[in-house]
Design a binder for this molecule. Structure first.
Ligand code: SF4
Length: 311
């Protein structure tokens, strides 16, 4: 009769495997798949790997997440673990998905796709997490009815709020118009001073150029904005002035001493007046080719045309 031999697991070896597994998770911060585990621990058999993973999952040291069609093991964030203490696994999973989305937030449809739960379950979990003030819903400017979820203490990204030009999802067109005028006024003043002080036309032209940071400083000191504007915000305004043909931009070359190139702006007078066609909305309309009666857009229902005719 053949004697059956029970293979005894060495507890030290098991602990060592768990420690190495955690170290591997620390290296692959996005999580590790089964393929990576097999590749990194070729000396371990499937049973040893499964035992180690199960122990880490049950002691709450790693999370099991679904990414596409793959399952990945990820080291549990100690903060998240303490934040979601007392929550069930589904709630922890949804919390982690929202956390991973950082301040760009995540739409409910994408949460559902990632966690594979029913809409009613996801809705219930989201309500729970919101009531615990762990997450918040933020309206996105990208779509008026679209809410994205992010951790409660995060400041939403500009792509979600629309940045300085949006207030409660509404585009602040008057504010943008005032900034446009003020930026242009500043450049015109510089050009006038340059004309008065320089005789040489080349020197006049060069003296009229102003750096972006100077324009930003001028606008900040005017105090016309309730929100803190960044240099990038002012650059957006300058871009609109360039598209309007009121301002030209010049870029200085970077110096051999390591100084980075910078953008300079100057108010300019158009040599030829803009043609009538370019002053009407159709002249610069991006959907001009699709515009016809009965089409997706038409002069009859075009809001830009209506506004222009009323003006
Ligand atoms: S009518 Fe309106 S939609 Fe049509 S080309 Fe002109 S601006 Fe564009």
């Amino acid at each position: 009769m053949a004697a059956s031999v029970a293979i005894k697991e060495d507890p030290d070896e098991a602990i060592d495997l768990e420690t190495r597994f955690i170290e591997l998770c620390q290296t692959y911060t996005d999580g590790i798949t089964d393929a990576i585990i097999q590749q990194e621990f070729p000396q371990c058999n499937a049973k040893q790997r499964v035992t180690a993973i199960n122990r880490l999952l049950s002691t709450g040291k790693v999370d099991l997440l679904k990414r596409g069609t793959n399952l990945v093991y990820k080291l549990k964030d100690p903060d998240a673990a303490s934040q979601t203490k007392g929550s069930d696994n589904q709630e922890k999973l949804v919390y982690q998905i929202i956390k991973d989305a950082s301040n760009k937030g995540i739409w409910i449809r994408d949460i559902r796709y990632k966690c594979n739960l029913l809409l009613t379950q996801v809705n219930k979990i989201l309500k729970n997490l919101e009531s615990k003030k762990l997450i918040k819903a933020v309206k996105s400017v990208a779509a008026s009815k679209k809410k994205v979820y992010m951790l409660y203490n995060l400041e939403p990204d500009r792509t979600v709020t629309g940045g300085a030009w949006y207030s409660d999802q509404d585009f602040e067109s008057e504010f943008v118009e005032v900034l446009n005028q003020q930026c242009f006024k500043y450049l015109e003043q510089k050009a006038t001073i340059a004309r008065e002080n320089q005789i040489d036309p080349i020197a006049q032209r060069n003296a009229a150029f102003t750096s972006l940071s100077d324009v930003w400083k001028y606008i900040s000191e005017l105090g016309i904005s309730k929100v803190q504007l960044s240099v990038d915000d002012i650059e957006t305004i300058m871009d609109t002035l360039i598209y309007d043909g009121k301002v030209e931009r010049s870029v200085t070359a970077s110096s051999s001493a390591g100084e980075a190139s910078s953008k300079l702006y100057r108010a300019m007078k158009s040599l030829v007046p803009t043609t009538g066609l370019m002053r009407m909305p159709c002249g610069s309309c991006p959907v001009f080719n699709q515009c016809c009666e009965g089409g997706p857009v038409s002069p009859t229902n075009c809001v830009y045309m209506k506004e222009w005719l009323e003006y």
